[in-house]
Write a protein that binds this ligand. Structure first.
Ligand SMILES: Nc1nc2c(ncn2[C@@H]2O[C@H](COP(=O)(O)OP(=O)(O)OP(=O)(O)O)[C@@H](O)[C@H]2O)c(=O)[nH]1
Length: 301
């Protein structure tokens, strides 16, 4: 299956329940008040947030009149796509070691994401170090070792319960000493309290900044796409603690809504890097706004 077909299959719940209805709604009709009202309802229900839905509608009304478009669905597709486009920060993959700091609550899909990113680098001939800095959950270290073995990355781990920042320090020292290309840092998704977790992440950030000029190259937040507005609140807390550079949204196959991507872009103002649309490893794809919107709306192009 090609990646667009996978994306389409993964987003079928969101398309069947919300966005796909727009195609039927628009079919053979002009965009009168009745149609626009129904569209507004669909957009708001999809989890994209009231403000974003209104922004898209306003733009649609203006451009529909001005551009004299033939197919309003394509115009809507373009406006939704523009709404998701956000310039990604500049990656400098030749910097050594290139440091990727990964955060997110337990179960969001952090491990799957780290495995996928590691594999990408190893396949490109780069040496990868994985830092097992989730020392709180016993199984997390084993899980990371398993993935390290599978993809061919070195895993630096201490004992369960040890200081997470020390694991990060050792991983960076190892990478520098052995001239490794990439360091990916796995972190805890839960500690005794939320403030403990944020303090631990800040401490790790300080260690990275001390050891690597300019700090981490990327700080990725992994977010479960089925959590809706709760997930956005969660993301704000992480953003405040560690300056997120991009978001990976997982489990989009498990949501009937799918508007969360728009909320991330607009409410959090952070670009989306990848999306997960299934449990298999190759279901985590680079995020392409136009493909995403085409798959949601059922537009073939
Ligand atoms: N349906 C679906 N499941 C996913 C996706 N991404 C991850 N999962 C599943 O979600 C579960 C949690 O993923 P992990 O990668 O283990 O998550 P984690 O954040 O590392 O969680 P902990 O190990 O608990 O910290 C696993 O069962 C994954 O297979 C996705 O895009 N779609």
């Amino acid at each position: 299956m090609g990646f667009f077909d996978k994306l389409k299959e993964g987003l079928s719940k969101a398309r069947d329940n919300f966005f796909g209805g727009i195609k039927t709604l628009f079919a053979g009709r002009t965009l009168d008040d009745e149609v626009l009202e129904e569209l507004e309802e669909i957009l708001i229900m999809s989890d994209m947030g009231y403000e974003t839905a209104n922004k898209i509608l306003t733009e649609l009304k203006i451009r529909y009149k001005k551009d004299e478009v033939e197919d309003p669905l394509i115009l809507l597709r373009d406006i939704m796509t523009e709404n998701l486009e956000k310039e990604n920060f500049e990656e400098n993959p030749n910097k050594k070691p290139y440091v990727i700091f990964v955060v997110g609550v337990n179960g969001s899909g952090k491990t799957t994401t780290i495995a996928k990113i590691s594999k990408k680098y190893v396949s490109a001939g780069k040496s990868v170090v994985l830092a097992a800095a989730d020392t709180f959950r016993a199984a997390a270290i084993e899980q990371l070792k398993h993935w390290g073995n599978k993809v061919g990355a070195t895993v630096i781990a201490h004992e369960h319960g040890s200081d997470a920042a020390a694991v990060v320090y050792d991983s960076l020292a190892h990478a520098k000493a052995k001239n490794k290309d990439v360091v990916i840092i796995d972190t805890a998704g839960r500690l005794h309290t939320k403030s403990n977790l944020m303090e631990e992440l800040k401490k790790i950030k300080r260690v990275i900044e001390k050891e690597i000029p300019g700090g981490s190259d990327e700080t990725i937040l992994v977010l479960d796409g089925t959590t809706g507005q709760n997930g956005i609140q969660q993301a704000l807390a992480f953003k405040e603690a560690v300056d997120i550079t991009s978001v990976v949204v997982t489990k989009l196959d498990g949501t009937a809504k799918g508007g969360i991507a728009f909320s991330i872009n607009n409410q959090l103002n952070i670009p989306i890097k990848m999306i997960g649309v299934g449990e298999r490893e190759d279901d985590l794809q680079m995020f392409e706004p136009k493909n995403y919107v085409n798959a949601l709306l059922g537009v073939e192009e």
